[in-house]
Design a protein around this ligand. Structure first.
Ligand code: ADP
Ligand code: MG
Length: 266
């Protein structure tokens, strides 16, 4: 049994009269401890797929079995419990709170434990310090985002994602806002977590160099898997006929706001 089992997933967004077919029948298995990159042009459905895999949203149709549990029709409170238990998120724009110190940002996800009871503050602090140490930020725990570089902010965001001990780390363009040196530092943290702790990594990226770190590269086009490369070799081909409808790219170009673009965060 794979950790993630996705079958014939579709996602249709209703924009007034217009239906946007963001995913058009995606099937995919991801094993525990695997590192998978998701690539594809803007509007191809990468973020939509991340949101569904990450239990931030549910599909319009198709099934998604996560760790043996069908999560494809769960309501938000159930999804939130699954996220809290199993998944850590890292976003391109870090999504940190502007006026909050690194240590407090990382303590936040532990505000309530899995069964809803409170984790004692001393324990939250200790675990947050450990997570910040893992990402090499032990000497910056009282810094606010404005006092940190982009790469340091992203490492705080990774510590926040880690602190609940997730089995899956999901990252949407985690190096997209970083210079190449900071990007390398952030990728080193992902490697440490993947190789050291066996964390499953699902990472959206535009960058071929970054996708080369993955064991498998899933290439999306118009909401379908166009190709899967394993260790850089093309080994599985899914030919997909193009579907008639509103081209995904067109909707993207008119500026539909996706949920991962928070405005008052930094
Ligand atoms: P990518 O991350 O590959 O750029 P997305 O998954 O964000 O692609 O988007 C896929 C398609 O779905 C695009 O056409 C996009 O405009 C549309 N889309 C994404 N999110 C929404 C939404 N919340 N409402 C309506 N349309 C959306
Ligand atoms: Mg996206």
């Amino acid at each position: 049994m794979s950790l993630i089992e996705i079958r014939d997933l579709t996602k249709v967004y209703q924009m007034g009269e217009v239906e946007v077919h963001a995913l058009n029948g995606v099937s995919l298995d991801i094993d525990q401890g695997e590192w998978v990159a998701i690539m594809g042009p803007s509007g191809s459905g990468k973020s939509t797929m991340m949101h569904i895999i990450g239990c931030l949203d549910i599909p319009t149709s198709g099934s998604y079995i996560l760790d043996g549990v069908d999560v494809s029709q769960m309501v938000e409170s159930q999804l939130a419990a699954v996220r809290n238990h199993k998944i850590g998120f890292v976003f391109q724009a870090y999504n940190l709170l502007a006026r909050t110190s690194a240590i407090k940002q990382v303590m936040l996800p532990m505000q309530y434990s899995r069964d809803g009871s409170r984790v004692p503050r001393a324990e939250r602090r200790e675990r947050a310090e450990e997570a910040l140490e893992v990402v090499g930020m032990a000497d910056r725990i009282n810094h606010r985002p404005s006092e940190l570089s982009g790469g340091e902010r992203q490492r705080v965001a990774i510590a926040r994602a880690l602190v609940t001990n997730p089995s899956i780390l999901m990252a949407d363009e985690p190096t997209g806002n970083l210079d190449s040196k900071s990007g390398i530092e952030v990728m080193e943290v992902f490697h440490r977590l993947h190789e050291g702790r066996g964390i499953t990594v699902v990472m959206v990226t535009h960058d071929e160099a970054i996708s080369a770190d993955a064991e498998r590269v899933i290439r999306l086009f118009d909401g379908r898997i166009e190709r899967v490369d394993r260790n850089g070799l093309r080994s599985e081909v899914e030919s997909q006929k193009s579907k008639v409808g509103i081209p995904a790219q067109l909707m993207s170009d008119v500026g539909v706001v996706t949920p991962d673009k928070g405005s008052e965060r930094c």
